[in-house]
Design a protein around this ligand. Sequence first.
Ligand code: FAD
Length: 411
Amino acid sequence: MTPTDIAISPRAQSYIDRFTHFLAEQVRPIEEALARDGLGNLTNPRLDEAGRMHPAVWEARRQVQRLSGAAGLYAPYASAELGGGGLGLIEMNHATEAVYHQSGLGLGLAALGWTEGPNPAIEHCSAEAREQWLTPLLRGEITAAFANTEESVGSDVLAMGTQARRDGSDWIISGTKAWITNAHFADVIQVVAVTEPGAGTRSLSMFLVDANAPGFSRGKDIPTILNDGLTGTLHFDDVRVPKECIVGEIGDGFALAMAWINWRRLCRGGMCAGWGKWLLERARSFAGRRESGGRPIAHLQAVQHMLANMDMDVYQARATALVALTELEPLGAYAMPLDHRAPRLISLVKLVNDEAFFRVADNAVQVRGAVGMLLGSPEEKLFRLARNLRIPAGTTEIQRNAIARGVLRQA
Ligand SMILES: Cc1cc2nc3c(=O)[nH]c(=O)nc-3n(C[C@H](O)[C@H](O)[C@H](O)COP(=O)(O)OP(=O)(O)OC[C@H]3O[C@@H](n4cnc5c(N)ncnc54)[C@H](O)[C@@H]3O)c2cc1C
């Protein structure tokens, strides 16, 4: 690895410059209108009576996504030949870091495709589905959800109960998915179901389900520590899907689910570096203003050590992501089949970042004293968010399993 391998490329820098401009010109006015209407922001979004994200907050996010799509900023990670930005893994890490650092907890976050956006798994869809779902997703015109987890099955993916059975050339899906992000709003659901019980990693398949399809229904909100009104349950009651809605081939579901999950795992690098830097800057600034014993707390060694620990955690997590991505870039992080060296590297990025960011968020609260406990403050929200990160897209224990498997394989 040479320093140029991890430097910001001109392409990534161009994305960052365009995003900076977009944030100031197009996102800020939407944020200000939301705040004026008393609907909160992404730190503290208003919820509706059913506990879901308030429709007006959701619509503000959608507006940002559509504008971002039109500006060519929404899916920089997606393949260029399909209409995405075609950025590589290291370029995406830099771009994500800039989006998170500059947006803080504002609506700018919605400008970069997230779990509701296009993803490496859906890129394997049929030509028909590309026109119906993928192209609008790439433009930010519709949103998606990834439905893998069930009430009694999370980490143990192959034990899922949702089934799809063949009927002529169609497939009929039945089962219930739980803990699904964007369950209340998604236009299309990427659902993983059992198509060949007992076939191990070939037992699952991925389907695209239209949210208007007969038999599909959305369940209640599942209130989480995030308090964002975005997580819920989805019911599939004999939902019929045509063969054009199979993603990849029958039997590819496990590999496709892992492609989606690995994409989420890798985003942790830029996310934790961007938010980590933001929290450190806010802590430094607070420590310069807040006084104890007649002088700013920044003069106290105890507080300086908290700042030093935050800097150390952000630095080592960022460095881990960039070095691991340098090794991953030639292997491909979403390839099917995936190179056997990739899972350890991907899990290193997620684990090191999730754990470091949790310590950063904890110190960010501690530096502020009671102010850090203020409900709805960025520090309080990011502390809850950091706690959450250690569970979705594979728990920290599951990451350690993958790292250990990689280490033992090397032997
Ligand atoms: C806010 C939020 C959003 C989410 N969004 C989505 C989504 O959009 N789509 C989706 O499909 N899912 C989503 N999930 C679900 C998430 O992916 C699962 O919660 C996660 O994979 C863990 O599964 P589980 O909750 O069933 O825990 P379990 O798998 O039951 O694990 C319980 C505990 O046992 C440990 N454990 C389990 N198996 C092993 C093992 N083999 N080795 C070591 N330790 C193990 C775990 O690490 C954990 O500590 C979301 C979850 C949350 C909280």
